[in-house]
Structures are given as structure tokens and as C-alpha cells.
Design a protein around this ligand. Structure first.
Ligand code: GAR
Length: 198
């Protein structure tokens, strides 16, 4: 019997290439999910334009006065929006703020993030640049459960890429993103299978 698609709530602040990979996997039939809602803390983020282009419900949520997290009242609003859209899994796709109590408590073990390094190495901003600057010969990406920290929380899966002589932050990020775009839809599909069985 075909299971109903897993309803995703996508949060992003950037250009949205991971969101695009997820949407493409849904269209291709390799990911049994549907995009219930896309939210961004950045008014003119590419991810919102992409969502509109593809006809998904999408909305800018003004983040309030803090730089690294949402104001609690805003985060409570985000919870309402996600619940209202029937979201079952919250997917951070280039979302550049930390998640706090209202959202964590509303979706326990149902919020995942992708980060462009082999965590716990290089959390935070521009992880690809941190990798180049530190001289490592290998980097990659990590999908993990989200807790209240910055790029912390139990690791679900990682993919490795080499750091090559002559790499710039841009070439390394592009190599990491190729892996992100494969890994994230695969992991979300695993959730779709697991959450439907339990
Ligand atoms: C991705 O590389 C993602 O791993 C990273 O932001 C980029 C967003 O790209 N996330 C973080 O650094 C989270 N700490 P995208 O908007 O093209 O998906």
C-alpha cells in the first residue's frame, strides 16, 4: 500500500539549493514527501523566490531583534504556522539561526539540519572557509537532529569529500553541496519510511 507523503516544513535563509534538491527528489518520485510550507527569516532570500516559482506555500517571517535566533514570540508564531500546515518534519535548509524552546518542544526529534562540514568540526558560519583555513585534507557534510546549540545535536549521517590543493572556499563549498543535495533527500526519505511505520 502506498503511504501518504511526509509533510515537510522547510526553513531557509539563503539561495535554497538544498530545498531545490528536495523538491526535485519529490518530483522524481524518489522522496515520498510533500512541501507543506517554506519559511524564511530573510525577506528576499532565493529560497522564497524558488518556492513561489514552484507554487509551494511560502512566507517571510520577520525575525525580530536578535541576530542568531528568533524572538520567542516569533518562534511561537512559526510553530503555529508549521502546525497549521500539518508539518510532520521540520527541515532546516541553510537556515542561519539557532532553534529554541518553542520549536524544539513542538517538534521533538522532528527537526533536522544539514551543515557543510564533518561535525563536530567547523560549526557556525562559512564552514567551508574554516576547513580551508585550518588546512584539513578532508571535509564533507552532516545531517543531524537539531538541539538548542549551533550545529550541535546527534549526528544522523555524513558524507566526505577531499579538500584538494588549490581549492578556494567556493570550489570546496560546491563539492560539498553536491553531496548535500544527494544526502538530504535520502535522509528525509528514511524519515518518511520510519515515521510511517511507527
Ligand atoms: C548549505 O551548504 C548548508 O549546509 C549551510 O548553508 C548552505 C545553504 O545553501 N548551512 C549551514 O551552514 C548551517 N549552519 P542552500 O541555501 O543553497 O541550501
Amino acid at each position: 500500500m502506498t503511504q501518504p507523503p511526509l509533510r515537510l516544513g522547510i526553513l531557509g535563509s539563503g539561495k535554497g539549493s538544498n530545498f531545490r534538491a528536495i523538491a526535485d527528489a519529490i518530483s522524481a518520485g524518489t522522496l515520498n514527501a510533500e512541501v507543506a510550507l517554506v519559511l524564511s527569516d530573510v525577506q528576499h532570500a532565493g529560497i522564497l523566490a524558488l518556492a513561489h516559482e514552484r507554487g509551494y506555500p511560502a512566507q517571510f517571517v520577520p525575525p525580530g531583534k536578535y541576530r542568531s535566533k528568533l524572538e520567542p514570540v516569533v518562534e511561537a508564531w512559526v510553530v503555529d504556522l508549521l502546525r497549521g500546515a500539518g508539518v510532520e518534519l521540520v527541515v532546516l535548509a541553510g537556515y542561519m539561526r539557532m532553534i529554541k524552546a518553542p520549536l524544539l518542544e513542538a517538534f521533538p526529534n522532528r527537526i533536522i539540519n544539514i551543515h557543510p562540514s564533518l561535525l563536530p568540526q567547523f560549526p557556525g558560519l562559512d564552514a567551508w572557509r574554516q576547513a580551508i583555513d585550518s588546512g584539513v585534507t578532508e571535509s564533507g557534510c552532516t545531517v543531524h537532529y537539531v538541539d538548542g546549540g549551533m550545529d550541535t545535536g546527534p549526528i544522523i549521517a555524513q558524507r566526505r569529500v577531499p579538500v584538494l590543493p588549490g581549492d578556494t572556499p567556493e570550489t570546496l563549498h560546491a563539492r560539498i553541496q553536491e553531496q548535500e543535495h544527494q544526502l538530504y533527500p535520502e535522509i528525509i526519505q528514511q524519515f518518511a519510511e520510519k515515521l510511517r511505520v511507527n
